[in-house]
Design a protein around this ligand. Structure first.
Ligand code: DAH
Length: 334
């Protein structure tokens, strides 16, 4: 009879394992543990066994029943847990998605704007303040006060766009940020440590490396005892702060009407290659004089460079036009 108990237990455990729903479970339970179940019937036969076999067989039946009961309980809990999980999945409402679809998607600042902000941060860290000036400018600020009197040959290099206002040729879209040097010097007495970010205009046909509208940052320092060494040191300090420690700068002799001496400012990438950035030099005495500053007492240096090619090359963009056609698919990469 012990074998029959073992067989009834194995069969019962197999049936428990096959139960998949709570309805099945409710039907299977009495069939396995009730009075008419195989174990129930075996239990009844224990009474008719010889007295010495009764305790052993009776014990086996009780233990078999306990094992079935506990297997049934485990199964019930597993089914209930699975049921809850499925219900939660079905009833789940993704509220974050609902909110997101009503909220405008957040963009980010344009590559050029970010370059301006970083440049300003670096120069502010070096002790400069930030100034701005108008984009529609008079001949005086854009040229004459910068030591380019009428008919000065350097004027023709600027491919100027003129505004049809006042005397013909007297109002321009500024061709560089340098006129803000004059505006700052007129407004404030030295010492001056100023940078000027801004948009500038030249008559140019757009191509991969030219745009008729582009961006520059200008720097101006006027103080006592300023030398060319201060200019070179500031440019080098800026290069390290902005580009990183692996970068360096060099100055090459050049010519600008508003500085004397003048230089081109190049930077060297960590791979050794050079990038021409802009111009710089010691502020010309005539420029200081146009602003009512005595060049015997005050000296200064200035620099100016374009941002667009810099921003494009540091993002691997090889056509400037892509930065300004405002295709969101292109711009959102950066
Ligand atoms: N304004 C010049 C340009 O657009 C760049 C420049 C050169 C600015 C020398 C300066 C400077 O302040 O000192 O080509």
């Amino acid at each position: 009879m012990i074998d029959e108990v073992a067989a009834a237990l194995d069969d019962g455990l197999a049936q428990v394992a096959a139960v998949a729903t709570l309805e099945d479970w409710r039907a299977v339970r009495p069939a396995l543990t009730g009075r008419q179940s195989p174990l129930g019937l075996l239990n009844r036969r224990v009474g008719s066994l010889p007295a010495e076999e009764r305790p052993g067989v009776g014990d086996a039946v009780v233990r078999a029943r306990q094992r079935l009961e506990s297997a049934l309980e485990d199964r019930r809990q597993a089914i209930a847990a699975e049921h809850r999980r499925q219900q939660l999945g079905r009833e789940r409402l993704d509220l974050t998605e609902a909110l997101d679809s009503h909220r405008p998607r957040r963009g980010h600042l344009h590559v050029v704007t970010r370059a301006f902000e970083r440049l300003e941060d670096v120069f502010v860290g070096l002790g400069f303040t930030v100034a701005e000036g108008p984009e529609v400018e008079s001949d005086w600020y854009n040229f004459t006060a910068l030591n380019m009197p009428p008919h000065h040959p350097a004027r023709s290099e600027f491919d100027t766009m003129f505004v049809d206002l006042g005397e013909p040729g007297s109002v321009v879209l500024r061709t560089h940020t340098s006129p803000v040097q004059i505006r700052v010097m007129e407004r404030q007495p030295p010492p001056l440590y100023v940078v000027v970010p801004g948009r500038v205009y030249r008559r140019d046909t757009p191509d991969a490396t030219h745009m008729p509208v582009f961006h520059q940052i200008e720097g101006l320092v006027v103080d006592r005892g300023i030398t060319f060494a201060d200019l070179a040191g500031t440019i080098e300090a800026f290069t390290h702060a902005y580009f990183g420690p692996g970068w360096s700068s060099r100055l090459r002799p050049s010519y600008f009407p508003f500085t004397e001496p003048s230089a081109e400012y190049d930077i060297q990438r960590p791979d050794g290659s050079w990038l021409e950035l802009g111009g710089c030099g010691m502020v010309h005495p005539n420029v200081l004089t146009s602003c009512g500053i005595d060049p015997e007492e005050w000296q200064g240096f200035a620099f100016g460079f374009g941002l667009d090619r810099l921003g494009a090359s540091s993002h691997g963009v090889n056509d400037l036009r892509d930065l300004f056609t405002n295709d969101i698919r292109f711009l959102s990469q950066f």
